[in-house]
Structure formats: C-alpha cells, structure tokens
Design a binder for this molecule. Structure first.
Ligand code: NAP
Ligand code: F7E
Length: 347
C-alpha cells in the first residue's frame, strides 16, 4: 500500500525538500496552503501535477493552522499515515513584532493539529505518525555547549517560547494518548530556497547582487552571533527517518560545527573575490531585544539510532547558495539592462 503524507508548511523551504523526498519514496503527498492574494507556491511549482493526469501523487488543500475545522476536514479527506507539522511564523525577529500571532500559529496551531490528528486516529482506528518541527532556538541562552536532547531550554524570543509550548504539547499527546509523535529539534538549516530575510540568504543574495553592480550596500545587525548551519536537504531526511522508527522519540539534528555571522559573510564574499568590509554596514533595526549568542548541536543520538549524518557543511552550503543566487542576479541584471526596475526586500 502506498503511504500518504500530509505536510503543513508545504510552501516553505523545508516543505519543498520534504515533498521531493517523499515523492521519490513513492508517497502520495498532500499539503496545506494558505490562501493569499499572490502565488506562494514558487518552491513547489516544479512538483505540481495536473489533476487530469492518470496518477496524481501531489495535492494541495486550502487550510490554515489557525482554523481547526479546515485541518479536520483535510485530515478526514486525506486519511494520512504521516503528518509533518512544518507550518510556522518562523522568523525570530518578526516574532518580537507579532508575539501573539506567532504564539497562535506556532503553539495553538500545533495544538489544533494534534487534536485533529488524535480525533481522526480514534474515530478511524488507523495509526497516524506525527512530526513536530521543534527548534534549536528553544535552547536560547544556552546552559551547556554543545546542546543535546537533555539540555534544558531557555527560550529568548516569542517564537522560541511558542516552540517550547508546542514541543511539550507533542510529548504530552504521545504520553497521554499514545500518539506516535516525535519532535525534531533542528538547528539552523539553509539552502538556495531559504527565505530571503534569514541572514545566510540575505548575505548570498546581496553578495551576488553587489558582484553584478545591482546593489552597493548590505545592512546587517549582530555579526558575532554563532550558529550551527546545515543543509535543509539533509535535514528533511532526518524528519522522515524519525517517523520510520519502531518507537516515537525526540531527536536533535545538527552538524556539530558552529560559525559566526561574520564567518559566513567572509566565506560568501570570498566565493566572489570580494571583501565584505567594503560593503557591509550596521543597522540596529536587525538587532533583537534578546539575542541567542551561540548554538551548537550534538546529534549523536540521531547518528546512533537513525543512522543520520549531515552531508553538507557550512562552506559547501554557502557555495551552493552563492551559485544559485548568482544565476538569479544574472537574470535580474538582464532585466535591469532592458530598463526594468527590480526590487529586493531588505528586512
Ligand atoms: P518557512 O520557510 O518560513 O515556511 C513556513 C511555512 O509555514 C510556509 O509554508 C508558510 O506558508 C506556512 N505557514 C505560516 N503560517 C501558517 C498558518 N497559519 N497556517 C498554515 N501554514 C502556515 O520555514 P522553514 O524554514 O521551512 O521551517 C519549517 C519549520 O521548521 C517551521 O516550523 C520552523 O519554525 C521550523 N524550524 C526551522 C528551522 C530552520 O533553520 N529552517 C530550524 C528549526 C525549526 P506561506 O508560504 O503561506 O507563508
Ligand atoms: O538569524 C543574526 C541574528 O534570522 C541568525 C529560523 O529558521 O533558525 C532561524 O532563526 C543570526 C541571529 O535565524 C541579521 O541576530 C545579524 O543571531 O538567520 P536568522 P535564527 O534567528 O537563528 C532557527 C533554528 C529557527 O527555528 C527559526 O525558525 O543572524 N543577524 N544580522 C541577522 N539575522 C537576520 N535575519 N537579518 C540580519 O540582518
């Protein structure tokens, strides 16, 4: 029997890589998308299948984590074997501007989904496996280095506080109702599909545009912050592996290496034979009221139990993002040379 997966957040970075992985493994994949006034499916357009094709294995449904009835309806229709909850207001800086909205989507939205999955499991008698996208941000002001699954949490943003709540909700549904529910505590993971307001992509977009004369300055905040950056394509493999185990458990996923924002800047600009110091300026708008200074994960449990290892480390990841963004910048250069205006978000 072909397995059926339901993904919330399918239009996001991880949703797109996970969809590709599941389709390669012969799953039928369903995704929840929010209605917007513009198309938001750019990252998954290459997976789209016309409904009239003979064997359609990729389906999208309108829904929202904030609307429990839509989640129940979709789960009832789709009858999933596995549910991956990737949907979130995932930007940490933005969560300080929109704390209540962030908590509603990240914490209460997860609760809506857990309730819907559990009710479906009870009424149908079918087992559903549930993945929760937990985050290294939960460690916040870190109490030990490196962090592992037993390191206490000290969240430092509305986003991280909401993720801690969703993490414990997931464990509670596992213990209270026997749901096969797993938390993946994922450290920062990036790719050419990373949102353009996260620091790595903001840097690779700007560096390539600077190289082609499309931009002359890059404004950034704290360059001293250190992160454990991996590749999103590697990390979605870990999500899938968690749901294939005989017993549900929580796993930390990281490369084990950490670099500062300044290191990433140096690597990115060096790929283009540029010196970042000639172009980068400080803007306090990008500072956070409370910062997470350092994250570095120990993924030994994932290595031993799941057999998972990261394949792409930061320098190679940076090069991959620079190459992809250079192609994008070249297309923009062509448009600009033809007299068109090209706008890039700076948040
Ligand atoms: P992302 O690119 O920001 O994608 C977030 C997704 O959630 C988008 O598809 C977005 O839809 C959707 N979404 C937002 N609010 C929603 C709502 N109310 N109802 C339904 N869908 C909603 O995030 P990502 O980097 O792929 O990360 C995936 C998950 O992992 C997130 O939960 C994130 O918090 C978590 N995480 C990420 C990292 C990382 O480094 N990337 C690390 C740890 C944990 P639209 O396209 O309509 O906006
Ligand atoms: O910031 C610093 C900033 O926004 C990284 C999300 O996927 O990973 C992500 O959260 C660091 C921070 O990612 C700018 O202060 C400096 O210290 O790329 P980021 P994040 O906050 O670590 C975790 C694991 C998640 O779960 C989240 O969903 O870079 N920084 N200057 C900047 N950051 C941004 N965004 N923009 C700047 O100009």
């Amino acid at each position: 029997m072909r397995k059926v997966a339901l993904i919330t957040g399918i239009t996001g970075q991880d949703g797109s890589y996970l969809s590709e992985l599941l389709l390669e493994r012969d799953y039928e994949v369903h995704g929840v998308v929010r209605r917007a006034s513009v198309f938001t499916t750019e990252r998954i357009d290459h997976l789209y299948q016309d409904r009239h094709e003979p064997e359609v294995r990729f389906h999208l449904h309108y829904g929202d984590l904030l609307e429990p009835t839509s989640l129940r309806r979709i789960i009832g229709e789709v009858q999933p074997d596995e549910v991956y909850n990737l949907a979130a207001q995932s930007h940490v800086r933005t969560s300080f501007e929109q704390p209540v909205y962030t908590a509603q989507v990240v914490a209460i939205g997860t609760l809506h989904l857990l309730e819907a999955v559990c009710d479906y499991q009870r009424s149908s008698g079918r087992q559903v496996r549930f993945y929760q996208a937990s985050s290294s941000e939960m460690y916040g002001k870190v109490l030990e280095i490196p962090q592992n699954e037993l390191t206490p949490f000290y969240p430092r943003s509305p986003y991280a506080c909401a993720k801690v709540q969703a993490y414990w909700q997931t464990i509670n549904y596992r213990e209270a109702y026997g749901l096969f529910a797993c938390n993946g505590i994922l450290f920062n993971h990036e790719s050419p599909r990373r949102g353009e307001t996260f620091v790595t992509r903001k840097i690779t977009r700007a560096a390539t545009r600077i190289k082609l004369g499309l931009q002359d300055t890059l404004y950034l905040g704290n360059l001293d912050a250190r992160r454990d950056w991996g590749f999103a394509g590697d990390y979605v493999e870990a999500m899938w592996l968690m749901l294939q185990q005989p017993e549900p458990a929580d796993f930390l996923i990281a490369t084990g290496r950490c670099h500062s924002v300044r290191d990433f800047l140096t690597t990115a600009f060096r790929c283009l034979d540029l010196n970042w110091r000639d172009y980068v300026k400080f803007d306090a708008r990008y500072l956070r009221p409370t910062e997470v200074d350092l994250l570095q994960g120990d993924a030994s449990k994932a290595r031993e139990v799941l057999g998972w290892e990261p394949k792409v480390m930061m320098p190679e990841l940076c090069r991959m993002m620079i190459d992809a963004d250079m192609s994008l910048a070249q297309r923009e250069r062509t448009l600009v040379d033809a007299g068109h205006a090209v706008l890039v978000p700076s948040a």
